[in-house]
Design a protein around this ligand. Structure first.
Ligand SMILES: Nc1ncnc2c1ncn2[C@@H]1O[C@H](COP(=O)(O)OP(=O)(O)O)[C@@H](O)[C@H]1O
Ligand SMILES: CC(=O)N[C@@H](CCC(=O)OP(=O)(O)O)C(=O)O
Length: 304
């Protein structure tokens, strides 16, 4: 197998075109490995910040599609929701990384996630030359949910009512297969629908994990705004086993928004995904680096 570009380059070769061709050729084993696979990419609200990074993200997803992989994007939008709630003078409160969501908040959250953020993410991909379709988890009954009874990690361990925060109970992937079958890229806002048609705010990491499980995704990539899972000294942990992850959540060195991310990765590998990776969305082309080079970055979550 070609290990790196140098293996296939003529030592005299300094022509830029030849170098580009060699780079493309070095991706061949990876292209073969993932051909026809479904890969779920969770695009976090914090990773959306900078224009050059978001357009690189759009190009990466378009490229995956054009080389025969089926990407499905599930996006967040936590900072964008907080900004809009702030403008409307509605306070945001979080318990273990989950936003407490009352009736006034859920209306705003649905508007922000299924409206502006969803369309912006689909647009990034469309502008890169592939065809993306933005939908909400309510469309086609994709993300069916019930009210989450959350057990807080603090001393009480009593169930906490977070309002209209949902947990997925059933995924109906038909709308996804229908889009994928037509050569389109689904872009999903993490809004769920309850039995009586009520709307639920679902953490985007949790939604991505549930969707990855329902379509037997081979990989789950979680793009965020840190290098990966960090230890107490701020150093990147390249690989994390289930036991170590649970210990770090219990001792508080994994906290806030990183908790649902790590828990989702654990559930995904347990359900059969070959790997789940938490990636630094601040690195341009993070998805391509992860999938098509030996230089995997971020934190890889393994089952054991
Ligand atoms: N051990 C840890 N390693 C890395 N980040 C952590 C850790 N514990 C808590 N975090 C926090 O989790 C955040 C990522 O979660 P979140 O803000 O929900 O991101 P996103 O919007 O990408 O889903 C980081 O920015 C960091 O503040
Ligand atoms: C229940 C809950 O916390 N929902 C999240 C949904 C958006 C999200 O998860 O966005 P990020 O991926 O950018 O964090 C929220 O209201 O912020």
């Amino acid at each position: 197998m070609i290990k790196n570009v140098a293996d296939i380059m003529n030592p005299d070769m300094n022509d830029e075109g030849q170098q580009q061709a060699a780079l493309l050729a070095s991706a061949l084993p990876f292209l073969r490995r993932y051909a026809g696979d479904t890969i779920v990419v969770k695009y976090g609200g914090h990773a959306m910040g900078k224009d050059h990074l978001s357009s690189a993200f759009g190009r990466d997803i378009a490229l995956l599609k054009l080389v025969g992989i089926n990407p499905i994007v599930v996006h967040g939008g936590g900072p964008q929701i907080s900004a809009m709630l702030g403008r409307l003078e509605i306070a945001s409160r979080f318990v273990d990384g989950l936003r407490v969501t009352d009736q006034a908040a859920i209306d705003v959250i649905e508007m922000v996630l299924s409206g502006s953020v969803n369309k912006q993410v689909a647009d990034l991909i469309n502008r890169a030359g592939a065809l993306a379709v933005g939908i909400s988890g309510k469309d086609g009954g994709l993300l069916q949910a019930k009210r989450l009874l959350h057990r807080s990690r603090d001393a009480s361990q009593e169930p906490v009512d977070l309002g209209f925060v949902g947990e997925p109970v059933k995924i109906d992937p038909r709308v996804l297969y229908s889009l994928l079958g037509s050569g389109l890229i689904p872009v999903i806002a993490p809004i769920g629908v309850g039995e009586k048609g009520e709307t639920y705010n679902i953490n985007a990491d949790t939604a991505a994990g549930a969707i990855a499980g329902s379509v037997n995704a081979s990989r789950l990539l979680m793009l965020t705004d840190v290098a990966g899972v960090l230890d107490e000294t701020g150093k990147l942990i390249p690989e994390l086993t289930a036991e170590e992850a649970q210990r770090r959540i219990a001792d508080g060195s994994i906290s806030g928004g990183m908790i649902p991310k790590v828990e989702t990765c654990l559930a995904a590998v347990k359900a059969g995904a070959s790997a789940a990776v938490i990636l630094d969305g601040r690195v341009p082309h993070a998805c391509l680096l992860e999938l098509f080079t030996h230089k995997g970055s971020g934190t890889l979550i393994r089952a054991s």
